[in-house]
Design a protein around this ligand. Sequence first.
Ligand code: SF4
Length: 368
Amino acid sequence: MTVKLDPWGHFAIEKYEKLFTQFGIEPIDKVLDKLPSPHHFFHRRIVFGHRDFDKWLEALRRGERVAVLTGFMPSGHTHLGHLMVIEELRYLQSLGAHIKVVVADAEAYAVRRRSRREVIEYGREYITHALAWGLDPDKTEFYFQTANTPTYYRLIQMFSRKVTMAEMEAIYGRLEPAKIMAALTQAADILHLQLDEYGGYKYILVPVGADQDPHIRLTRDIADRFENELGLKRPSSFYHKFIRGLDGNKMSSSHPEYAIFLLDPPKTIRKKVFMALTGGRATAEEQRKYGGEPEKCTVYELYMYFLYRSDELLRRVYEECTGGVILCGACKRRAAKLLLEIIEEHQKKYREIAESGIVEKMVRIPDF
Ligand code: SF4
């Protein structure tokens, strides 16, 4: 069965490996030994695939100016799924990359049908979280799509000339005008940093969830067609698996009861973790006898993505679970405690950043 990647849909991918053969995404394995410093998202294969990430790392090694561009769709409050990208940005920033983050407010308005006021506020919240999670304000740029400079809009118009409808529908399926605009705008988001006016970064890396690959494919084709005219080069990308919501589907603000939002009150977070889908057996007796199934468990995923950076600690959870040493109630209690420690610390920093007014100083926030 083929996988359909829809950047505007809500779905979980069952078999990420299929994306290698179907779309030509490269497995991350061969790049692992080229990473200048380790990060658990990579060796745990949470980041599972890439396009030309090795070339970007090579440019970084040679001391070329490299940049990272990624985005946030402000159609809801920030949750752990969004935090994955922020975590990746923090890592890439530590390697010396320039970081630029687009708040896709035009897209959220047109495609997700949110009001302008909502998307602006969700965007402001996301930027505040990114800074609170540790992105360096001196080395990070944020912008809203609707508040960029004229050359960026000119790119969107220019790109429309060299893309056909048939080609776009081959990548995305059936498209309405809002999605055509959104796709071309994303291409401008990814490629504009290569122009001298925006820094002239020729090596751009786009870290995203696997569902965003259609935008990367379109953008790489567009870069090829504008190589002579604008000197554009193909961007690189890498892809992470989605963290699942606590019901086992992709974490999404459309299903708030199963998502962990970064501003959820501690009581709510505890409650959500306690009702999470696990890989536990039907009875305590069976679990002690056969062990649990961490591969199916959304709580284990919390340990793997955010709670334990130490492989040794993670391995212990795995063995306790599969060996029937721990039951799900105790395991959830420990996960909730660890998660709350992280989130409460983050919320404290969030409040400090929000009160400091730094976001308004750094970013031009649209009026409506
Ligand atoms: S013991 Fe923990 S890791 Fe294992 S299935 Fe239960 S909650 Fe998940």
